[in-house]
Ligand binder design. Sequence first.
Ligand SMILES: C[S@@+](CC[C@H](N)C(=O)[O-])C[C@H]1O[C@@H](n2cnc3c(N)ncnc32)[C@H](O)[C@@H]1O
Length: 329
Amino acid sequence: MMMPRAVRQASQPAEYRLFDQLPPPSAMLDEVIAGLTQQPKRIAPKFFYDERGSRLFEAITGLPEYYLTRTEMGLFDACLPEVHDRIGGGGCLVEYGAGSSVKIRRLLEELQPRTYLPVDISRRHLEQSAQALHADYPHLSVYPICADMTAPFELPAVVAGLDKLGFYPGSSIGNFEPGDAQAFLRQVATTLGAGGRLLIGVDRKKDVNVLEAAYNDSAGITAEFNLNILRHLNSALATEIDPAGFRHRADYNEESGCVQMFLECVKDQSSRVDGRIIDFAEGELVHTENSYKYGHEQFADLAAGGGFKVEASWSDADAYFTLFLLIAQ
Ligand SMILES: C[S@@+](CC[C@H](N)C(=O)[O-])C[C@H]1O[C@@H](n2cnc3c(N)ncnc32)[C@H](O)[C@@H]1O
């Protein structure tokens, strides 16, 4: 289906262009203040990711307890040739939350798109990995989009009319509340257009010990990643919240099927946030991330509510993780 467009594109030189649609720091600050002045307090997970946060996440993906990345990549051998058979090469690949440069290289090699659009909120990390890919794949046009994908954003006009495959790996869909996940999928379905596909990684429900170990690694990297949210806010927004006043905590909530990550306050303290004082009590939990886990049918239903139908899926032998190929209705 993508071949005629691929042939048409082949005569065009490959390009690199950054599209910056990041909201201003004032919008970030408003969101942080709103989260810290509600009960219970919360800071959205998108604030983990400055350059250091992105590097810490890359380190997490290599940890022995963090089965997600290696299990998802273990499915690529079976999945990617089949995806290529279904869509052909030469199209436009849009990656949502494009933090990992390892996964995308497998897709670029196996699916042979002509155009790649990585979307990410972590600007410096995005630019570095997008530039490296442009250098390593000279026939690939790379258009990084720096944006908060939880709000609507535009794809550049240069890809209008091209057949699109979305890629949303790492079970990041689990970071949304289920209703918000459906709203996000509806936005993705609109962006990709009817008939557009989305390859999406989904972490499955499993033994609580396996889940909790993945978010409480023995090397303490996840703890460092969680605390980095405060370091990032302090440097980007000049807040003054002392990371030493908090400790990492992650628990699986069986009822909601969700690993919840918190910063637990270790002492009574007051912090300055843009001229106002925020009080934290000893033992208080500041919510930083949800990671919802899904059953196979449960996710298929969620995708249907988001405007997608399951076209194919690939799971490992332990049913730890599933890659779904969805098609926009
Ligand atoms: C958990 S990491 C996953 C990285 C990689 N895709 C993987 O599968 O290993 C989430 C990525 O999404 C990006 N991200 C998180 N929230 C975002 C948002 N609201 N808008 C855009 N990017 C976001 C982060 O910067 C990070 O690169």
